[in-house]
Design a protein around this ligand. Structure first.
Ligand code: ADP
Ligand code: MG
Length: 242
């Protein structure tokens, strides 16, 4: 079984909860014909370590846009993104890439695992890119696979895994480098309800054990109810739901 110290590289056992991710006054619009499509308008969001937050909003409202800004894949036109208290707007691409690699994990609707590599290798590779030795990376990958109850599947390629298993590997990969923030964009959107619940439970257990701050976009209200907080997007702003 994975111990807490292995999972948590950012001190989840601290009494005082730190802000892992913050968006302050973030705006993002897109050119559309002659006009502009304003998707986020000075939006604010704060996520604490160990928190699991659901983002429930209609398609096209800007969930993925917000995820891309939070994950430093894009830059806002206005406002600032903070990862672990560090303002990321003035950083160069190299610095942003390093933060993305070491402090942010992504899970998408479609697993995006490397098809020619095994489940184990898919979890090892990001750690090698980060600079870990293969032996350590494999050890951690095996622990994560065990934690996800995928130990017996380590030598399988993505095409030899079910949809739910693929997503559990994708989650394990996303946390392989002990990120501060986990961004999951409709991770169960492609799964049946029973599998969705199983994958979600695995993700939730991982969040609890590691202290990572997780933002999970979903249309599944049942899953949303099982998270710590629910937010939505309204008129380009982040609004709390009950
Ligand atoms: P959601 O994830 O909530 O479905 P998105 O963030 O993907 O919504 O998209 C929000 C809106 O912004 C949509 O109308 C989409 O068409 C538009 N949009 C997203 N990305 C781009 C882009 N790169 N260029 C132009 N329009 C975009
Ligand atoms: Mg989306």
């Amino acid at each position: 079984m994975m111990n807490k110290a292995m999972l948590a590289e950012h001190g989840s056992n601290q009494k005082q909860k730190n802000v892992a991710l913050a968006l302050r006054g973030v705006s993002r619009s897109f050119e559309e014909g002659k006009g502009r499509l304003e998707i986020l308008k000075q939006a604010d969001l704060q996520l604490f370590e160990g928190e699991l937050v659901a983002m429930v909003a209609p398609s096209g409202s800007g969930k993925s846009t917000l995820m891309h800004l939070a994950g430093l894949l894009e830059r806002p036109q206005e406002g600032e993104v903070y990862i672990g208290g560090r303002a990321c707007g003035s950083l160069n691409d190299e610095e942003r890439t390093a933060i993305r690699r070491n402090e942010i994990g992504f899970v998408y609707q479609f697993h995006q695992l490397l098809p020619e590599f095994t489940a184990l290798e898919n979890i090892v590779i990001p750690q090698l890119i980060r600079g870990l030795k293969r032996k350590e990376a494999e050890e951690r990958a095996r622990q994560l696979l065990d934690y996800m109850r995928l130990g017996p599947r380590e030598a399988h390629r993505p095409s030899e895994l079910s949809g739910g298993e693929q997503q559990r590997v994708a989650i394990a990969r996303a946390v392989a480098n002990g990120p501060r923030v986990l961004l999951a964009d409709e991770p169960t959107g492609n799964l049946d309800p029973t599998t969705s619940k199983y994958v979600f439970d695995a993700l939730k257990a991982l969040v609890r054990a590691s202290g990572v701050a997780a933002l999970l976009a979903t249309h599944n209200l049942e899953l949303a109810r099982m998270m710590d907080r629910r937010i939505t997007l309204r008129d380009g702003k982040v609004v709390e739901l009950n």
